[in-house]
Design a protein around this ligand. Structure first.
Ligand SMILES: [Zn+2]
Length: 398
């Protein structure tokens, strides 16, 4: 088995090695500094013997296999030069170490914390926390603050192999048996990555040697991928810087719109929301007052020995009119209340004391003018009438 030397020597970017196996475009070396995909960290990119490396993986026998983009011009026994893509590896080291720093921040603010795994992509990193603590906005803000503070504090990052039994006894060491399976492959030793005074984790990835190398970290958000799990996503490097600028720009925009500054933004937004709620409630009261007054003005007609109040309303939807008609029926002497709503497709609402079935009245109207609807003896409504409200009203008066 030829383990990758990348976790032990993460700063090596170029090396020479001897080819031990070639299978099509898949190449194995006597030793390699390419990192194979695993434990949440993506495979390195780079060039091997002049050919682009498309993927790096660990095969079933534990050998590191380099999958090339083209057929190699070399064979078994040849010495080749490998060059690990510096930008991507450096990003992975920073992002990976940032995930440990984030977990360390979680230790300081979450109860009963467990490690649920992590994953690095080119744009963002996610860490899954196993915790019963609700990770609210304040917790996210505090996580981000603690992480960036730990970066500024320039804490030393180190790694060592220790006996598994010893690692299991040290309670501060975070394990994830799912993603760190490879760490236990040898069964007698485990690799522990320590951030001085901050975090300790069993991990086989590549890391920077001091937290200050991580640079700015920006929390992007949270989600719940499963029971008892909270996923926190964050960005490092250029995408963190860009995200920070976006957040600041929208905060300024919001402050401008509210006529305040960043410090007053929260209070001003809360005040505006409360005022709007109050206005909406006042408006709803006024609208129903207008609607009640309109219904009280309805014309009274006699039909089949019953008193009908009929009229048109506009500016209200069928549900609003329906509620008002029921109220008017309950409070008036009329036997039947019929309101015709003026809109692109006029509607009719009927509230009856029961002597004339409301559903029958709606059926009569829709038979005459089209549309559809229905209801029971005391309340019914129809919509999509094919005639203007005036015409429907004239029909109802006769
Ligand atoms: Zn790690």
């Amino acid at each position: 088995m030829s383990d990758s030397l990348a976790p032990e020597s993460p700063t090596v970017r170029a090396f020479d090695a001897t080819v031990t196996r070639v299978d099509g475009r898949s190449v194995t070396l006597d030793e390699t500094y390419f990192y194979p995909e695993g434990g949440g960290q993506p495979a390195d990119r780079g060039v091997l013997g002049g050919v682009d490396v498309e993927h790096v993986r660990t095969d079933a026998d534990g050998a590191v296999v380099h999958d090339l983009a083209a057929d190699p011009g070399f064979g078994v026994g040849d010495e080749v030069t490998g060059v690990v893509d510096d930008d991507f590896r450096t990003y992975c080291m920073r992002a990976h170490t940032a995930s440990h720093v984030l977990y360390g921040a979680g230790r300081r603010i979450f109860d009963d914390l467990g490690y649920g795994g992590f994953d690095i992509s080119a744009e963002k990193v996610r860490v899954d926390f196993e915790t019963s603590t609700e990770v609210d906005d304040d917790a996210l803000v505090e996580l981000e603050r603690l992480v960036n503070r730990a970066v500024w504090d320039s804490r030393e990052v180190s790694w060592e192999e220790i006996p598994v039994a010893e690692a299991r006894e040290r309670e501060e060491i975070a394990f994830n048996v799912k993603t760190e399976e490879g760490v236990f492959a040898d069964a007698d030793e485990v690799r522990v990555v320590s951030i001085d005074g901050w975090d300790w984790a069993a991990c086989g990835g590549t890391h920077v040697s001091n937290t200050v190398e991580i640079g700015p970290v920006e929390v992007l958000g949270r989600s719940n991928p499963g029971e008892g799990l909270t996923r926190v996503e964050f960005a490092v490097g250029p995408s963190a810087v860009d995200r920070r600028a976006e957040v600041r720009a929208s905060a300024y925009e919001a402050a401008r719109a509210l006529g305040t500054n960043l410090d007053g933004l929260g209070e001003s937004a809360a005040g505006t929301a409360a005022a709007r709620e109050e206005l909406e409630s006042e408006l709803a009261d006024l609208k129903s007052e207008v609607l009640r007054a309109r219904l009280a003005d309805f014309e009274t007609v006699e039909r089949d020995g019953l008193t009908w109040n009929v009229g048109a309303v506009s500016g209200f939807d069928a549900n609003e009119v329906g509620e008002a008609a029921k109220e008017a029926r309950d409070g008036a002497d009329a036997d039947v209340f019929v309101a015709v709503g003026e809109s692109d497709a006029p509607f009719v609402v009927v509230a009856s004391a029961g002597d004339a079935a409301a559903g029958d009245v709606v059926a009569e109207v829709t038979d005459e003018f089209g549309g559809g609807g229905g209801g029971g003896p005391t309340f019914a409504q129809g919509g999509g009438l094919g005639a203007p409200a005036d015409e429907v009203l004239a029909y109802l008066r006769d």
